[in-house]
Design a protein around this ligand. Structure first.
Ligand code: GZL
Length: 341
């Protein structure tokens, strides 16, 4: 437990004021608020959580998981920063956590590179960094304690394998297929892994043609624009690979506005990733064919890691969350009853 200094808090405030970083509610903290933090944080494990943003349903579920886990009832004082999908905001937030001398930093990095400097600063300050969800690529792996998240490449491969089976079950194996991909935020682990994983199966199917890759940045709005371009540019698209649910929703809007159909009974097969509740609802409406699960409930896993570190235990460097997929052949309503997101 590190002592909290008002002076450091004031400097942290100066950083936040200049950066536009906001607390979760969007308000900017006053100096007195940081002094309050000093008292509020005493006696708890102080954890600084630097979240990517709030760009998708998955991200909202991820934030909820951490907020519900890192509570004072559970022995934590959580400092939460929403970086609004900007790496510069994440760098400032991590530096603020260092200045406030938190006990642990949790980082969900918007993209994989550009972290060596700030992670060295955290290491020099003696603050362990736990990376969650997306990965960092750094020269020195000792700059972070461990990573917890999804095997994105496996998600991509499983999506390709699902498509092979889906087509074979309908007597369409070996059929000429025209695909488009709506990629996530370029350079993010989820985008890199899903694109790579699916491409491995694409390469095994000579009759499949990937017409184009474009990023929808994991947002519904951008994805609708990208899908509108695809529909204007290419005849007879058979499959839309959407690297998250919100982009699938945008693609569906564009498909329907173009007077086309999608889903199990439609012209265009829609493959999605995340499998949030709204994706289940879209599958039940017959708009999405399959949603590859990406588990956002990583708060409890990270808390367990911190407890083990507090007890002086070693922790595994890489820890994957368990995931599956859901498609319209399944009893989706029953499955939804048992899910928290
Ligand atoms: C995946 C996560 C991605 C989700 C998107 O672990 O990083 O970011 O797939 C989210 O919904 O925007």
């Amino acid at each position: 437990m590190k002592k909290y200094y008002a002076g450091a808090a004031f400097l942290a405030l100066a950083i936040f004021s200049a950066s536009g970083c906001t607390r979760s509610g969007g308000e900017t903290q006053t100096e007195s608020r940081y002094e309050e933090l000093a008292d509020e944080g005493e006696g708890y494990i102080n954890v600084g959580f630097c979240q990517v943003g709030s760009e998708s349903d998955w991200r909202v579920a991820s934030t909820q998981s951490f907020r519900e886990t890192f509570t004072t009832e559970n022995g934590y004082y959580l400092l939460y920063e929403d970086a609004q999908n900007k790496q510069e905001n994440q760098l400032k937030a991590v530096r603020s956590f260092i200045l406030q001398e938190v006990d642990y930093i949790i980082l969900d990095p918007v993209v994989e590179t550009g972290w060596d400097g700030v992670l060295q600063e955290a290491k020099d300050a003696g603050i362990p960094v736990i990376v969650t969800d997306r990965k960092v690529v750094v020269e020195d792996e000792s700059l972070y304690t461990c990573w917890v998240g999804s095997d994105f490449e496996q998600e991509g491969r499983k999506a390709g394998e699902w498509l092979e089976d889906y087509l074979a079950d309908r007597g369409r194996g070996g059929e000429k297929l025209r695909l488009v991909t709506l990629q996530g935020t370029l350079g993010s682990s989820a985008q890199i892994g899903r694109t790579e994983g699916f491409s491995q199966i694409l390469e095994q199917n000579d009759s499949w043609e990937m017409l184009e890759y474009q990023s929808g940045d994991f947002t519904q709005t951008k994805a609708q624009e990208v899908m509108e371009y695809y529909l204007d540019t290419y005849e007879d698209i058979d499959v839309a690979v959407c690297e998250n649910d919100n982009m699938a929703f945008g693609a569906i809007d564009a498909i329907q506005e173009a007077g086309k159909t999608c889903g199990p009974d439609g012209e265009i097969i829609v493959i999605s990733f995340d499998a949030v509740r709204a994706a289940f609802e879209a599958m039940l409406r017959g708009e999405i064919n399959v949603a590859m699960e990406c588990n956002p409930d990583q708060g409890p896993l990270v808390s367990d890691i911190i407890r083990r570190l507090e007890a002086g235990e070693e922790v595994e460097k890489i820890q994957y969350v368990k995931e599956t997929y859901f498609d319209t052949s399944m009893d989706l309503e029953s499955i939804m009853e048992g899910r928290t997101y």
